[in-house]
Design a binder for this molecule. Structure first.
Ligand code: ADP
Ligand code: MG
Length: 351
């Protein structure tokens, strides 16, 4: 057989490097949307409004009333690794913003067309500017605006044919977008969220800044869930075991859905934790009829130096110390809560 020839190693063009990296951060329309929502929250917004066309492939538009972007920062806004949130690696140990890598907006400009309209509190008008491949397309033009930022991401993956083809079903992508917005909207009470399809007058998610968490859950996940919520909490403050606090709402044994909804925030970050999900599902499996699944919302706070937020390109996972202990303590708390609320229901129905 013929021996393979030793290939030359070549340096990739920067444009190729950027597009490959962008594909990791922006995996699908919902990951772009998540980054945009996080930016609006980091900007201190109390109102976030989203419009989506074709499952986000044609357009994702987000408007917030946050602090806006300085005029002099617009030229570097969409360059890779430009951020207002982090300056030294050590800052990552107690970062209190959702973003920190300065990669999201840049990534979007490598795989989509991005336009920004922004106005800070001390400006009398806003600026509008578009970006392509990390740089401004022309100069920022003055325009009418209100304080805050509006970002439009158009034609996502227009230059990544394989990725674009992977999203055949815009309805499914819109579903994923709604999932992200729904989860943030019940966690971030005090912020009003609105999400709708372009051209629709009715919103698919709408919460008010003044509502309680249960109001938000009712508005987003429906009265059927809201009626059956039980408050849970758990904590451990023993440094030799684990240090955390958890607060949340879980559905009672009277509620059942086809699929588990697990809304999990760790230090205000929307994340997934399959170990915790499984541990709680086991508890419900023992009390719910087969194929019935619960609704779970949990917010966990850990000492920031115990959490590594930088383990996943889309930040959807974090790693933290003492995961086993935390899972066990929370599982116990859920079990106890369900048992006691179950007996009170039996008691209630008997009288
Ligand atoms: P990161 O969030 O990691 O800093 P991004 O690429 O998401 O990186 O954003 C780059 C910078 O742009 C942010 O650090 C922030 O200063 C600014 N920015 C982005 N979106 C907004 C927004 N909605 N309001 C105000 N500033 C924003
Ligand atoms: Mg960001």
């Amino acid at each position: 057989c013929e021996q393979a020839r030793t290939p030359h190693i070549r340096r990739l063009d920067e444009a190729v490097v950027n597009r490959i990296a962008a594909g990791e951060v922006i995996q699908r329309p919902a990951s772009a949307l998540k980054e945009l929502v996080e930016n609006s929250l980091d900007a201190g917004s109390s109102s976030i409004s989203i419009t989506v066309k074709d499952g986000g492939l044609k357009l994702i538009q987000i408007s917030d009333n946050g602090h806006g972007i300085r005029f002099e920062d617009l030229p570097i806004l969409c360059e890779r690794h430009t951020t207002s949130k982090l300056s030294a690696f050590e800052d990552l140990r107690n970062i209190n913003t959702l973003g920190f890598r300065g990669e999201a907006l840049a990534s979007m400009t490598f795989v989509a067309h991005l336009t920004v309209i922004t106005m800070t509190a001390d400006q009398s008008h806003g600026y509008r500017v578009s970006y392509k491949d990390g740089v401004m397309d022309g100069v920022p033009r003055p325009c009418a605006a209100v304080k805050g930022t509006q970002i439009m991401v158009e034609n996502l993956f227009y230059n990544v044919a394989a990725r674009r083809k992977a999203f055949k079903n815009p309805a499914e992508e819109y579903g994923r977008i709604l999932d992200v917005v729904s989860k943030f909207s019940i966690h971030k009470i005090g912020v009003s969220f609105l999400c709708k399809k372009h051209g629709d007058s009715r919103a698919d998610v709408h919460t008010l800044a003044s509502g309680t968490r249960i109001d938000a859950i009712r508005a987003v996940y429906g009265p059927g869930v809201a009626r059956e919520l039980i408050e849970v909490s758990a904590s451990c403050k023993d440094p030799s075991q684990a240090e955390f606090e958890m607060e949340g709402f879980i559905s009672s044994a009277n509620y059942s859905a086809k699929k588990t909804t697990f809304v999990l925030f760790i230090n205000d970050r929307l994340v997934e934790c399959s170990a915790l999900r499984k541990a709680i599902e086991v508890v419900y499996a023992a009390i719910l009829p087969k194929a019935s699944k619960p609704f779970l919302y949990m917010s966990i706070c850990l000492p920031s130096e115990h959490v590594d937020v930088n383990v996943h390109p889309t930040k959807k996972e974090v790693s933290f110390l003492n995961q086993e202990v935390l899972v066990e303590v929370i599982q116990k708390a859920v079990e106890t809560k369900l048992m006691t609320s179950n007996t009170s229901r039996t008691f209630y129905t008997q009288t």
